[in-house]
Design a protein. Structure first.
Length: 349
């Protein structure tokens, strides 16, 4: 090859390199970028655990599938109106590809804002989606842009489990009385409604109920706890056990401390695994890690064109059960082997 041809080849290579460098931003801009909005009702352990595993799994899916996911996180701090306002601002700029919501108020806000937009909505950590107005019926395809998972163990399963334990300590000639101090948060209202329905059918137990007004925002929790303390004082002499409610109040660690410190009545059903570690007898709930990852899988499916209206709303497949053996021993309760087996590593002393 002569010198002139060599120079031409070098010039071509240099020019091609420069063109590639100049065009690189345009190719980068052409990558598949999808916007996902996740709304978190409140900064509570269950919400944060769900969020962590949801984000981790979604990022993993994005890397594996070559999708750039623009993830926007909205923290509602228990304020539905704030969540709605933030979502309206996002919608005004352009429709997101998918909206995921953690817990009831965030889910209600998203359904209000995106109801007629066609934007897929996936809710999780919602115990009563029908009562919250998110869907019409559990176990069937919604036929809308909304679907999700029911964050609860059926009331009958929970009552059957706990009655196998507490009936060992209560005379058989009267019903077991559970104290249920709850806020007016939607999931708590739906939960006690279901529990009272089961109680009316069984006649072996009943619930003594005290409700406090739900207070939104970070400043609302101390107000609710103070009101709950009055409920403890009112019900302590009338109940055999406490049953922690669903919703932000029951999930807060200070609620368990309140029950344990302000009364001598034992906590039979804890709302979180931490409550069992603190002294509640039993806790059963959907698995948080599995739930967060499953939600991310559904969001990824929607990004690929899956129709949320064809997906039935059901309970998660995986659950966690915890038992406190020290509490059981103090109450002279013998924990059956099958319950211990279900608890696995979540047996505390």
């Amino acid at each position: 090859m002569n010198r002139r041809a060599c120079k031409i080849n070098i010039w071509i290579l240099v020019t091609a390199g420069i063109l590639c460098w100049l065009l690189m931003p345009f190719y980068a801009a052409a990558r598949d970028v999808r916007q996902v909005v996740v709304v978190v009702t409140m900064q509570l352990p269950a919400c944060e655990t769900h969020l962590t595993h949801f984000v981790d799994r979604l990022e993993q899916i994005g890397e594996q599938s070559g999708i750039d996911i623009d993830l926007i996180t909205i923290r509602a701090n228990g304020d539905r109106q704030f969540a709605e306002n933030q979502l309206k601002k996002i919608l005004k700029k352009g429709r997101p590809d998918v909206v995921a919501t953690i817990a009831t108020l965030a889910s209600q806000a998203a359904v209000t804002v995106f109801k007629d937009t066609g934007v897929p909505i996936f809710f999780f950590q919602v115990s009563d989606p029908v009562g919250a107005g998110l869907i019409q019926k559990i176990g069937e395809p919604t036929g809308t842009n909304v679907t999700g998972r029911v964050f609860t163990v059926p009331a009958k399963v929970r009552t059957d489990l706990i009655m196998r334990l507490v009936t060992q300590t209560v005379p058989p000639d009267r019903p077991v009385v559970f104290g249920y101090i709850h806020s007016t948060y939607p999931s708590a209202m739906g939960d006690i409604r279901q529990l009272k329905t089961i109680a009316a059918q069984e006649n072996h137990f009943r619930f003594a109920v005290h409700d406090v007004m739900y207070e939104k925002g970070p400043d609302g929790m101390p107000v609710m706890l103070a009101a709950a303390a009055k409920g403890v004082q009112t019900l302590s002499d009338r109940v055999d056990f406490w049953w922690e409610p669903q919703g932000p109040l029951g999930e807060h660690p200070d609620y368990t401390r309140l029950l344990l410190e302000r009364s001598t009545v034992p906590v039979a059903m804890g709302q979180t695994m931490d409550s069992v570690k603190m002294g509640a007898l039993l806790h059963i709930t959907p698995d948080l890690e599995a739930g967060g990852r499953e939600a991310a899988n559904f969001v990824a499916a929607f990004l690929k064109g899956a129709d949320p209206g064809t997906i039935p709303v059901t309970a998660p497949a995986r659950f966690q059960l915890g038992i406190n053996l020290t509490t059981a021993l103090n109450l002279n309760i013998v924990v059956p082997p099958d319950i211990l087996a279900l608890a696995g590593n979540h047996v505390y002393r």
